[in-house]
Structure formats: C-alpha cells, structure tokens
Design a protein around this ligand. Structure first.
Ligand SMILES: NC(=O)c1ccc[n+]([C@@H]2O[C@H](COP(=O)([O-])OP(=O)(O)OC[C@H]3O[C@@H](n4cnc5c(N)ncnc54)[C@H](O)[C@@H]3O)[C@@H](O)[C@H]2O)c1
Length: 292
C-alpha cells in the first residue's frame, strides 16, 4: 500500500515533443481535463500536430466515441508553443516525447528542472532509455518517472509506469492518477532495458527483418503469417513502419549495448534507416506509402 498521496493537484500538463507520440499524449491529456501545452521546436510542427489532434477528435465524434462537448472542451484546453521555458514554468506535470537520444533527453530534463515549479513531476515517454540516468540530470530525481505510452496513443489502452532508482511512491501515485484521467490502464515496471513490451517487440521486429534479409518469405507473407498464424493484430514489419524504423533501431541498439549479442540490429534495418526509409512518416519503409 502506498501512503496517502502527497503530491499537489495536477491541473496543467506540458508535453514536450509534438511528434507521433507527443501529439497523442496531448490529445488524451486534454480529453482527461488537463490544461495542456504542447511544445516543439518549430511552429509548423505544432500546427501539423494540432490539425492531427483536431482530425482525431472529429473522427471520434463521427464514430460516436467522443461527445461533441468533449471534443470542444478538449480543443479549448489545448495550447501550443515553441517557448519551452515559459510552458515549463506553469506546469504541474510534464511528459517528454522527443526522439530517443539520451543526450537530448538529459539536456531537456536539466532545462525543465530549472524552469518548472518545485512540485512539478517530470515524466519521460522513453521506449527503453534509463529513467535513473535521465533523472540524474535533475535536482529532483524522486519526481522523475517513465510513462511509456503506445502508438496510436488515443486508441491504445496501456501505459507502462516505470520507476527509476529514486522515483518516489508519491510520484508513482501522481502518474497513476494522470493515467486514469487519460482513461488508460497501467502496469508498474522496474527500470530495466526495454521494459516488458519494447524488449519483446524489438526482438520480434528484428527477427522479422532477419527473415526478410535471408529471403525466408516476402514482407507481406511474414506479416500475414504472424497475423493469421499467431493472432497478432499487426504484422511485425508493418508495425515497424508505423512505429518508425529509426525509433525501432535506436531501441535495438540500446538493448544490444546493455543486454548483449542476441539484440544486434539486423543489417537490413540499419540500411533502410541510412537510406531515410523510416516507415509511414517518410512515405517508405519496408512498404511503400507514397501513393496512399
Ligand atoms: N513511435 C512510437 O511508437 C513510440 C512508442 C512509445 C514510445 N516512443 C518514444 O517516444 C519518444 C518520441 O517518439 P516519436 O515516435 O513521437 O518521435 P517523433 O520523431 O515522431 O517526434 C519527436 C518530436 O520531438 C521534437 N523535438 C526534437 N527536439 C526537441 C526539443 N529540443 N524540444 C521540443 N521538441 C523537440 C521533434 O521536432 C518531433 O516533433 C521517443 O523516446 C520514443 O522512443 C515512441
């Protein structure tokens, strides 16, 4: 049992990074009733994210899953800015979703720590980096935690709540509250490379790439076999394209460095990333999306 929670009520939530994950997190946070500020480096990235959130909410209304009132209120609660320091200074809770590069995340956490009020909790959506290492760049490691969301954020039910070495019970409790307001289920995981889901997923995706490289079967047939034979909702190669092959590669490189040889990234995946074939977001990955 946790002691009675001793965190301040969370009203304002900032999301840093308006990419695939950040915009989804901003959407579910606004739907959960928080005043949300979405931060990125360029205005045009923010405008794009804002439009995608609007489109998702509209689709939710058309499908009868979101009420028009919730749609309007969520849009009302959502702001965007390129001024990270200003957003941080008004935040009770921050969720970082910038690319999976440890030096970038540490730099951002150091800066957030400088600008956020002392009570603010700082969460990272890292897929596999060390929460403890990220927390060490701040003076509040007890208030740093991992919240690992899944893509697409507005549809996927789970968040892995990840404890770093010094994450406090109050920080875990506050993050559980935020997750519940976002209408998500949680599992608590102790920090370890790749957590539960990324480690298994990266291995399946890597193995599928090795099969493609070895000519075991076509991409379509590898995906079809895993979907229809093993009952996965998506094939590992189409999932890699959805997640982004650069993000997938970074997770594998980290698992390889920390857990050993069996996680060595498939050379074909490395080649695709070098060619800029990153998946859906660049129009081509394993599959070609240019005409879709
Ligand atoms: N894509 C997934 O399926 C998935 C799932 C779970 C977790 N994650 C993790 O979420 C994080 C983000 O992944 P993504 O797929 O959304 O990446 P993405 O590349 O789609 O988005 C990252 C965004 O961060 C922005 N950014 C870069 N530097 C910044 C800075 N200094 N300040 C503010 N914004 C900055 C970029 O402009 C970009 O819009 C990564 O750590 C990734 O491992 C991704």
């Amino acid at each position: 049992m946790f002691p009675a929670a001793r965190y301040m009520e969370i009203k304002t939530l900032t999301v840093v990074g308006a990419g695939i994950m950040g915009r989804g997190i901003a959407q579910v946070a606004a739907m959960g009733g928080y005043d949300v500020t979405l931060v990125d480096t360029e205005e045009k990235i923010l405008q794009n994210a804002y439009q995608i959130i609007q489109k998702n909410l509209q689709k939710g209304v058309e499908l009868g899953k979101v009420s028009p009132e919730l749609q309007a209120a969520s849009i009302d609660r959502l702001n965007t800015t390129t001024d990270r320091a200003l957003a941080a200074s008004k935040s009770d809770f921050v969720i970082e979703a910038v690319p999976e590069i440890i030096s970038l995340k540490m730099e951002i956490f150091q800066d957030l720590d400088r600008h956020c009020p002392p009570h603010a909790i700082l969460a990272t959506n890292t897929s596999g980096l060390s929460i403890t290492e990220i927390a060490a760049s701040t003076r509040r490691p007890d208030k740093v935690i991992g919240m690992h969301f899944f893509n697409p954020v507005h549809l996927m039910k789970l968040i892995e709540i990840v404890r770093g070495l010094e994450t406090s019970n109050d920080t875990v409790a506050a993050s559980e509250t935020v997750a519940a307001r976002m209408n998500k289920e949680t599992v608590e995981v102790n920090e370890f490379p790749g957590l539960v889901t990324s480690r298994i997923n990266a291995m399946i995706g890597n193995e599928a790439f090795y099969m493609l490289q070895e000519g075991v079967a076509s991409a379509e047939n590898i995906d079809k076999a895993i979907k229809l034979g093993l009952n996965h909702p998506m094939g590992p190669l189409e999932l890699g394209d959805l997640v982004g092959l650069d993000a997938r590669l970074r997770v594998l490189e980290h698992l390889h460095a920390t857990l050993g040889e069996k996680y060595r990234p498939c050379p074909l995946m490395v080649k695709y990333v070098k060619a800029g074939r990153l998946g859906r977001k660049t129009g081509q990955g394993v599959y070609d999306y240019s005409s879709k």
